[in-house]
Design a protein around this ligand. Structure first.
Ligand code: NAI
Length: 322
């Protein structure tokens, strides 16, 4: 396989120019890659280019634009494309970002399979569709994988790389290197698992959060504080395993001290919640007191969250790991 795409023409094709496609386009451009942005809806690409321009200008003004190039230079690297063949021609990496619909994505990958050569990586942004469902039977299956970003990808760098059983190791290596080059933080799963890693962890937390609220142990507001003012403070810097290691004299010491307690508590966890009925109403009402669920309030809160994430990302980059 060829080396990762460079700033040479035809570096990256982004297929689907919605929320995630726009973010990928900005990230690739920030590292100097030429990006062709394709969407089945021409007006969607026009809107995407317009909103990328606005966002990059704002990021530049606030000193938060990624990469060493200015906004205009980065913008000049992104072009729109209304023909999928033209979009992927010469690309060394295709990042698919169409809606999370198995049939739609399968059709698209079948189409790409018939167009591309054997040098390109075909990468899906899917949040939860397994590679065996997306790529099985494709001629170019060795070149396919899922590269699952986290919203908003511009501020949250994690990307989960999930291979199909037939994905070539070189495909994963190349994508890993590309993700590092654009400033993201890739992690490798050696095999597919439902929910990948991030959502498995997230669902474990949501599930226990729900039970604690449903059983009346805590209010929804206090429950969220347990994360935002408790666990989340350190999880922005160290993960759960390193937390164990540091909270005793190393991991084995932690296991020796706390494993019985952990197992005792874990055995008290209840069944998977239904996430409906009275409990859902109660949580919904509590959330709406804080953030009413009309589009304006939700958008304003998301903007605030993204500003916080941006500042946290800046802080993290200033704090050198020891
Ligand atoms: P979106 O709905 O904002 O954008 C999808 C875009 O794909 C639209 O512009 C649509 O016109 C276009 N499209 C539809 N069919 C197409 C086709 N056949 N060819 C080309 N373009 C087509 O969706 P969003 O949120 O950007 O999600 C995209 C993918 O990223 C999904 O697989 C989703 O699961 C994944 N993802 C989403 C996250 C999120 O928080 N929104 C987070 C991580 C991954």
């Amino acid at each position: 396989m060829a080396s990762p795409a460079s700033s040479a023409p035809g570096g990256v094709a982004v297929v689907g120019s919605g929320l995630i496609g726009r973010s990928w386009a900005m990230l690739f451009a920030s590292a100097g890659f030429k990006v062709k942005l394709y969407d089945i809806e021409q007006r969607q690409v026009t809107y995407a280019l317009d909103s990328i321009r606005k966002e990059m200008k704002l990021l530049e003004q606030s000193g938060s634009l990624k990469g060493s190039r200015g906004a205009e230079e980065q913008l000049s690297l992104i072009s729109s494309c209304s023909d999928i063949r033209e979009a992927v021609e010469g690309a060394l990496h295709v990042q698919e970002c169409v809606p999370e619909n198995l049939e739609l994505k399968k059709q698209l990958f079948a189409q790409l399979d018939g167009i591309v050569g054997d040098q390109v990586v075909l990468s899906s942004s899917s949040s939860c569709l397994l590679p065996t469902r997306l790529f099985s039977g494709l001629v170019h299956v060795k070149q396919c994988l899922v590269a699952h970003p986290v919203n908003p990808p511009y501020y949250v760098p994690l990307v989960e790389l999930v291979p199909h059983p037939e994905t070539a190791p070189a495909t994963v290596d190349r994508t890993y290197a590309l993700m590092r080059k654009i400033g993201q933080s890739p992690v490798r799963l050696t095999k597919e698992v439902d929910g990948f890693a991030l959502n498995r962890l997230q669902y474990a937390i949501i599930s226990e959060a729900w039970r604690l609220v449903e059983e009346g142990v805590m209010s929804p507001g206090d429950l969220d504080l347990v994360m935002s003012d408790g666990l989340g403070m350190r999880y922005a810097f160290i993960g759960p395993l390193e937390t164990m290691h540091l909270n005793a004299e190393g991991m084995l010491s932690y296991c020796g001290r706390y494993s019985e307690g952990m197992k005792r508590v874990l055995k008290t966890f209840g069944p998977v919640p239904e996430f409906s009925g009275a409990a859902a109403e109660k949580v919904h009402q509590a959330m709406c007191v804080k953030v009413p669920d009309d589009p304006e309030h939700l958008a304003a809160r998301r903007e605030w969250r993204d500003r916080c994430l941006m500042r946290l990302a800046r802080l993290k980059s200033q704090l050198q790991p020891q």
